[in-house]
Write a protein that binds this ligand. Structure first.
Ligand code: PLP
Length: 361
């Protein structure tokens, strides 16, 4: 059976196989890894190791800090304005690009703290695209400019990064993080909650440029303050230790599997297989997103005859293909192909789709 859920999502087989012994077997101190104090050397080594492995995978430059924080990406929606606004220095507003569902959720949350300048929008007409990248006029009184690098619900990915001038670019990379190499130096801050390509839910990775930690963060409670968490090595309070242990195993697996270049080529291959099955179905299946803007991780598609959607989902589940329902806001179907989805899962889906089209076409 194959799990195409958008997140929490499938973990790599090798990680699940190792996790039992690595996390749950008690050692000489009478404690399993996840039972040890977060203040002790044992956990601190795991944390340092996870940070180093992640930094090595992404080539994180020295003037960035990697934080492992409790909570989800939605916590970051509030933490960004709470930490980065600096009215005394004239940074009174925040800039957002509207690329779909999650970027709108992010800006709604930010609007509770500051005026939001919407600097780019996607057209909304079919085929869907990311907001056009030329000519972003980001007002200089904006504390940051936020993009959602990959829209998990809409299936839209930016083909390149915008130029936001002196205003730091901030990315919600939740659903594309570690799916391909990423030039961290283009961003002031990158965040991703874990339940796609990092590990289980409950953990969010934040990579932040050190100069942004000097902002006053007056509105941020201590546990939600980037500067205080960075100063305490993400351990100002109890961090999500189980998720961090598992993330460390996932980072290992990615390195052993050839790193982010290998992830990118496998993800491209899987997405190409599925999109070409959709495009060559003579209109039986349709993909609403334009070529060049299609997510490799969240493949969104529809049946031309939407009345068949429920039949498709039932028959797919009977064939061992699960969690293919599109997000309730957009309907249709969605197959999430994160790093842990092997080619065989996509091949099984494509075979089923051809069979289904023959039976109902
Ligand atoms: N941003 C994106 C792009 C997402 O895909 C999600 C969840 O799927 C979120 C934010 C919200 O993340 P969380 O549920 O971890 O708060």
């Amino acid at each position: 059976a194959w799990n195409f859920a958008a997140g929490p999502a499938r973990l790599p087989d090798a990680v699940l196989a190792r996790a039992g012994a690595a996390l749950f077997e008690r050692g000489a101190d009478g404690a399993a890894a996840i039972e040890r104090p977060f203040t002790g050397a044992g956990f601190r080594e795991v944390l340092a190791d996870a940070r180093q492995r992640l930094a090595a995978l992404l080539g994180v430059p020295d003037h960035y800090r990697v934080l492992f924080l409790a909570g989800g990406a939605m916590h970051q929606f509030s933490m960004l304005p709470m930490n980065l606004l600096d009215p005394a220095s004239g940074l009174r507003r925040v800039a957002y690009a509207d690329s779909g569902y999650w970027s709108r959720r992010a800006m709604q949350e930010a609007a509770r703290y500051a005026e939001v300048a919407v600097v780019a929008r996607h057209a909304g007409a079919l085929p869907l695209t990311a907001p056009p990248l030329d000519d972003w006029q980001v007002p200089p009184d904006c504390a940051y400019c936020h993009i959602t690098a990959n829209e998990t619900v809409d299936g839209i990915a930016y083909p390149a990064w915008p130029n936001t001038g002196a205003v730091p670019l901030v990315a919600d990379a939740t659903s594309c993080f570690l799916s391909a190499p990423l030039d961290v130096s283009k961003f002031g801050l990158i965040y991703a909650s874990a339940q796609k390509n990092i590990g289980p839910s409950g953990l969010t990775v934040v990579i932040v440029r050190e100069d942004l930690l000097r902002r006053p963060a007056l509105a941020a409670p201590s546990a939600l303050c980037y500067r205080l968490q960075a100063a305490q090595d993400s351990c100002l309070n109890t961090p999500p230790t189980l998720a961090i242990h598992l993330a460390a195993l996932v980072f290992d697996w990615i390195s052993e599997s050839g790193g982010l270049v290998a992830m990118a080529s496998a993800n491209r291959r899987k997405a190409d297989l599925l999109y070409s099955a959709i495009d060559s179905s003579q209109g039986f299946y349709t993909a609403p997103v334009a070529h060049g803007h299609r997510s490799t991780t969240n493949v969104r598609f529809h049946l031309a005859d939407e009345r068949l959607t429920e039949v498709f989902l039932t028959d797919a589940a009977a064939a061992g293909l699960h969690h293919l329902r599109g997000h309730r806001q957009v309907g249709g179907l969605r197959a999430s192909l994160y790093n842990a989805m092997p080619d065989a899962g996509v091949a099984a889906l494509v075979d089923f789709m051809a069979e289904f089209a023959r039976g109902h076409g």
